[in-house]
Design a binder for this molecule. Structure first.
Ligand code: ZN
Length: 218
């Protein structure tokens, strides 16, 4: 069955998934752990819709392509078209908050970066974006002041606080919409905090957004 956005209360979102827009290096500590310079403007890239699978399912890793890293990211569900939007229009267009893993073939990405090539194939394989269900915007008081955690096999591996983002949610969506239109059903991954690492096949994941959303893989 094709992927369909769902809310934590079990209701479905009326729009289908379009594109997955991601931002690289939006937390300084993560940029440093990979020896990347800290950017002054957001670095954007897009994962196709075929990367998305429900986070609650077991994650299937590509074989024979080197290490796959997990990156846990606060994810925004877009509810209205955004083109050259201002802050008010952005707030009005947020339909939900969730969590996603921006799975990355790190060895392959490093090779591509060394050559100065786009890293598309390291980020866009089928299943490269396990995505949670979403909580409604009224469940999140302030998106610039929330915490999320990823535990792997019971151990905390990533703990992010959105007040550490280099570009916060609202200016990030404004920035994206200056370059291309966000449509209802699109999702935006807002970058990963420090603590990324190799995801082993069969690892049990437990992702939590404040006390409002918790996803454990089977
Ligand atoms: Zn990422």
């Amino acid at each position: 069955m094709a992927y369909q956005h769902q809310f934590s209360d079990g209701t479905r979102f009326e729009h289908s998934l379009g594109k997955v827009v991601c931002v690289g290096r939006n937390y300084a500590e993560h940029a440093k752990e990979l020896n990347n310079p800290v950017p002054t403007t957001p670095i954007l890239f897009i994962k196709p819709a075929t990367t998305v699978t429900p986070l609650a399912d077991a994650v299937i890793l590509p074989e024979g392509k080197g290490d796959t890293h997990y990156e846990t990211e606060l994810t925004i569900l877009i509810g209205k078209p955004l083109t050259r939007a201002n802050a008010g229009e952005v707030s009005d267009a947020i339909a939900g908050y969730g969590l996603a893993l921006d799975l990355t073939l790190r060895d392959l990405q490093s090779e591509l970066k060394k050559k100065g090539h786009p890293w598309e194939i390291a980020k866009s394989f089928d299943g490269a974006c396990p995505l949670s269900r979403f909580v409604k915007p009224n469940q999140i008081k302030d998106p610039s002041n929330i915490e999320f955690t990823l535990k792997i096999d019971g151990e905390v591996r990533q703990q992010g606080h959105t007040n550490e983002m280099i570009t916060a949610v609202t200016p990030l969506l404004e920035y994206i919409s200056q370059h291309f239109t966000l449509m209802p059903g699109d999702v935006v991954l807002t970058g990963t905090p420090a603590g990324v690492g190799v995801l082993a096949s069969g690892a049990k994941l437990d992702a939590q957004l404040e006390s409002v959303l918790r996803i454990e893989t089977i």
